[in-house]
Ligand binder design. Structure first.
Ligand code: G1P
Length: 307
């Protein structure tokens, strides 16, 4: 994926988005990070010093979400525990005058209210999202879904997606325009233009197509603003790609039934935290921008690469 150089947000991703609840599916076994994930969920692995899931929670909060429902598998409660206050640690840091560290420690639990939903069996992303339905309230007319493997940078795309939903209604997803030969791991959109070059109407969606079958080069990038109707569609889909209940297939079903679906094309960067190679790129990218570690790392990397 494209390297990124900025983690600041684009302005205008307002809390007037209407987004109240965000769902983060985090029930996977993290097999690509074994053996570490025997004991530590991959969502808690640090990108420099902060777990990936805190960036994703921060993005949801920035888009106006007040609640985060993390879907975990049994035994992965460490992910939710990360968002609980640690009064003893905070007191120690306070006594020692470690103000900056204290701020870092407090950030996660100050972002939004976190709760969990349990996915008992790994039946696919669509199934994981449906496990969060009991956590929703009647006011949740739409929910944001953020896949924690995907860092979409700069943040702010959810705000743009909310504006597209305000205009067109229905469901809005985030798309990246990527080379056709790299398209197979993704959900891919069949699109038609609107008057905005970065907003497209979706006429169909297919999960993990072969490059020659891909309807376009616009791929789903792990950010969804789903109309509540998706939960009904999720009950009616059957196992799809990989034998799993796919969120893509629920979206495709909504489209087939005449429900409006659009994508906002994000032309910024992205990191894939879902495999060690992508994770390392993200860590290096973030570390290079870090005031304390960046300058040394840059110099060391230059020398190391030339060796
Ligand atoms: C999931 C979705 C896919 C989407 C991708 C983005 O796939 O099913 O539609 O394009 O995330 O990262 P996964 O990466 O879980 O195989």
């Amino acid at each position: 994926m494209a390297p990124t150089t900025a983690i600041s947000s684009d302005p205008g991703s307002a809390s007037s988005s209407g987004i109240r609840t965000a769902i983060v599916p985090a029930a996977g076994l993290g097999t690509r990070f074994l053996p570490t994930t025997k004991a530590v969920p991959k969502e808690l692995l640090p990108v420099v010093d902060t777990p990936g899931i805190e960036y994703v929670a921060g993005e949801a909060a920035e888009a106006g979400a007040k609640r985060l429902v993390i879907v975990v598998s049994p035994g992965k409660d460490a992910v939710a525990r990360y968002f609980e206050p640690q009064p003893e640690l905070e007191e120690t840091l306070e006594q020692r005058g470690k103000t900056e560290l204290l701020e870092k420690v407090r950030r996660a639990h100050g972002l939004l209210d976190v709760e969990t939903a349990i996915q008992e069996e790994a039946l696919g992303l669509g199934h994981a999202v449906s496990c969060a339905e009991p956590n929703l309230t009647p006011e949740d007319e739409a929910v944001a879904v953020l896949l924690p493997d995907d860092l979409v940078l700069p943040t702010g795309v959810l705000g743009r997606m909310a504006r597209a939903r305000a205009r067109y209604g229905g469901t809005v997803l985030c798309a990246f325009d990527i080379p056709k030969e790299e398209i197979s791991p993704y959900g891919v959109f069949d699109v038609a233009d609107t008057d905005d070059p970065d907003v497209k109407k979706v006429n169909g969606m297919v999960e993990k197509p072969a490059p020659e079958d891909a309807p376009s080069t616009f791929a789903a990038a792990g950010r969804y603003l789903l109309d509540r109707a998706v939960f009904d569609a999720l009950k009616r889909i059957t196992p799809g790609a990989g034998g799993e209940l796919q969120l893509t297939d629920a979206v495709a079903l909504l489209i087939a039934e005449g429900h409006p679906v659009h994508v906002v094309v994000h032309r910024g960067g992205r990191h894939d935290l879902g495999n060690p190679g992508g994770f390392l790129r993200a860590a290096v990218d973030f570390a290079l921008q870090h005031p304390e570690y960046g300058p040394d790392l840059r110099e060391w990397l230059r020398g190391r690469v030339e060796e």
